[in-house]
Ligand binder design. Structure first.
Ligand code: TIU
Length: 222
């Protein structure tokens, strides 16, 4: 068993052979100006700043030969998998499916829906396109993890309180042991990131554990 001794609220033990890294939605649409995140009125700069840390976590996962799984929040070009309730939410300058500077917003195959080039998946790494905030909703993720025999999940990506937290909660309810890399996730709202990290590990890890990328890397290296 590997152990992240400095994890909170207490040490996180995991078997490297049944652990996967899930990198949530590190897409240009959330991280670069002109995408969905910016259209919602957010400053995307804080999200861009975690890219090197996420890259280090991915490198540690690859070196430990654990599956690295990438997700992308995006929709079919005909929007048949985008509920009107999602598209109509808020008052964004550009809605899902509208033409923006990086192509149609949050549409599969458009440049904005791509993962940022620094974090490009390697051939053989699974990329899960998801229409919801949670990565288990209407995707093959659950079946894929079962096929691999995965029991523990390490999480990174954006945004902490939306797609990362939703997916961790889905995973926790499905019986996975979940660990969030606190410096490899970010929110447009610093106070939401802090609150999410606190609520995940509260009540004896009610949703999961948290730890830094460096401490997770040490445990992965064994
Ligand atoms: N990936 C993800 O978190 N989708 C969002 O829409 N996040 C926001 O914070 N808006």
């Amino acid at each position: 068993m590997a152990v992240v001794a400095a994890a909170r609220p207490f040490a996180f033990s995991f078997d490297v052979g049944s652990t996967a890294l899930i990198v949530i939605d590190m897409q240009r649409d959330f991280i670069e100006p002109g995408g969905f995140g910016a259209a919602l009125g957010n400053d995307v700069a804080p999200l861009a700043r975690i890219v090197p840390t996420v890259a280090r976590l991915i490198a540690a996962g690859r070196a430990a030969h654990i599956p690295v799984i990438h997700t992308r929040e995006c929709h079919k070009p005909d929007l048949s998998d985008c509920p009107p309730a999602k598209r109509g939410r808020g008052a964004p300058s550009l809605r899902i499916g509208d033409e923006g500077p990086m192509g149609r917003i949050l549409i599969a195959g458009e440049p904005g829906a791509d993962i940022v080039p620094e974090l490009s998946p390697l051939p053989g790494e699974r990329v899960i396109d998801k229409p919801g905030k949670g990565a288990f909703c209407q995707t093959e993720l659950g079946a894929y993890l079962q096929e691999l025999g995965i029991r523990s999940l390490i999480f990174a990506g954006v945004t902490t309180e939306v797609c990362v937290q939703t997916t961790m909660r889905e995973a926790n309810d499905r019986g996975f042991e979940c660990l969030l890399a606190t410096d490899a996730t970010e929110s447009y709202f610093p106070e939401f990131k802090t609150a999410t990290i606190d609520m995940i590990r509260a009540q004896g890890a009610i949703v999961g554990w948290t730890a830094t990328t460096a401490d997770i890397g040490v445990a992965l290296r064994g």
